[in-house]
Ligand binder design. Structure first.
Ligand code: FES
Ligand SMILES: [Fe+2]
Length: 380
């Protein structure tokens, strides 16, 4: 992010803090509880969002060398992501082309060949069928080139690996991120590595977690035992980039900037940047590392979340204790959010609310909901 833009974003928040004002939208709005609880609505989201839209699936460092592979689930589909002998990353369905067995059982590893555990049909890292036991007698005339692993679109870009289930071969991540691409590329994630990852499943709609990441209204209350003291009360700003959102959450020492030369201002020292990469990824960009949240919506009321603490590769080992402390704090904070989210989800069933309310300082939540609505309408 260039100095002019970062100073503009900081100026805006410094001014609001001085006036003791939050960052306000024009109106407060209501949203239907069906968006969080209805299975039909969830199925529409699967078709319009989770299947077709590019999704940041792995960090490049998770597939460090030719043959490195990782198994993931995406929108209920089992995938195998592999760095080929040619160094390109590809994504395949983790499904045998003979009779459909799960091809790879290990979560991750490194291999030149993938051999099915049922009858040992075997593929190479580029998805080409290279071995069929008793082929001549059992499958005369088999065209091996027809039996490559089924690929899904995959692109490595700016230090991240992206996938989708839409039909086009190219994902065009830069185009998907639009104006926000410069910010994401500017994180220089190709020089980062994952310090630690954890995942959990919880009984709440996926949007409840995204929403908790784009407002600071709840920090003082819900996070009083963890991060509340690190941030200013109920102050955050946001900008939309098509469906994506960049939020700025100022740290409690924002006012110090008034005494510092503007040329020394650094937005990552005095705030957290939260990039909500539509729909299910959030990057919480902090002073010296990134907390990366990936959501895998499983049902209207169930979500899997993976948290990764992503740090400069060169400092991975020497600052281990520091990264662990940060990772632990993010875990504790997220667990507070899970508890709130599960409570909300349970309450939705009671019928106490037909609608939930987004205040004028929770405007990013409405923007996020409008983005979903636009995508659902496109998909009708
Ligand atoms: S199902 Fe995979 S080799 Fe038979
Ligand atoms: Fe939260």
């Amino acid at each position: 992010m260039n100095d002019e833009l970062q100073n503009e974003l900081l100026d805006e928040l410094i001014e609001l803090q001085a006036e003791k004002q939050p960052y306000l939208d024009e109106h407060w709005v209501q949203t239907s509880v069906d968006r969080y609880s209805s299975s039909e609505y969830f199925e529409k989201e699967v078709r319009a969002l989770f299947l077709p839209l590019p999704r940041m699936a792995l960090h490049s460092s998770e597939l460090p060398e030719p043959g490195s592979f990782k198994r993931i689930d995406h929108a209920g589909r089992p995938l195998l992501l592999v760095r080929g002998q040619d160094s390109n990353v590809r994504a395949f369905y983790n499904v045998c082309r003979h009779r459909g067995a799960q091809l790879v059982g290990d979560e991750s590893g490194c291999s030149r060949r993938f051999s099915c555990p049922y009858h040992a049909w075997t593929w190479n890292t580029q998805g080409e069928l290279v071995g069929v036991p008793h082929e001549k007698s059992g499958f005369p005339g088999l065209d091996r080139s027809d039996m490559g692993l089924r690929a899904v679109p995959c692109e490595e870009n700016a230090g991240w690996i992206w996938i989708s289930h839409r039909n086009e071969e190219q994902l065009e991540v830069a185009c998907f991120l639009g104006e926000l691409y410069a910010d994401i590329a500017g994180l220089r994630a190709e020089h980062l590595a994952i310090y630690a990852s954890d995942s959990w499943e919880f009984n709440a709609n996926w949007k409840l977690i995204i929403e908790g990441g784009i407002e600071a209204y709840h920090f003082r209350v819900a996070h009083r035992d963890t991060i509340a003291g690190l941030f200013l009360d109920n102050l955050s700003s946001y900008r939309c980039f098509d469906n994506h959102i960049r939020s700025v959450l100022p740290r409690s020492h924002l006012a110090e900037l008034a005494d510092a030369p503007r040329t020394e201002w650094d937005i990552r020292t005095h705030s957290n940047l939260v990039y909500t990469l539509f729909p299910t990824n959030q990057l919480l960009v902090q002073e010296d590392h990134i907390a990366w949240i990936q959501l895998e919506p499983l049902a209207a009321d169930r979500t899997r979340l993976r948290l990764s603490t992503v740090v400069p590769e060169a400092e991975l080992v020497e600052r281990e204790q520091h990264w662990q402390k940060n990772h632990d704090l993010t875990v504790r904070t997220l667990k507070e959010d899970f508890a709130i989210g599960e409570g909300i989800q349970k309450g939705l069933k009671s019928g106490a609310n037909s609608h939930l309310n987004f205040g004028r300082f929770e405007g990013a939540l409405d923007q996020f909901s409008q983005a979903i609505k636009r995508e659902l309408e496109k998909n009708r």
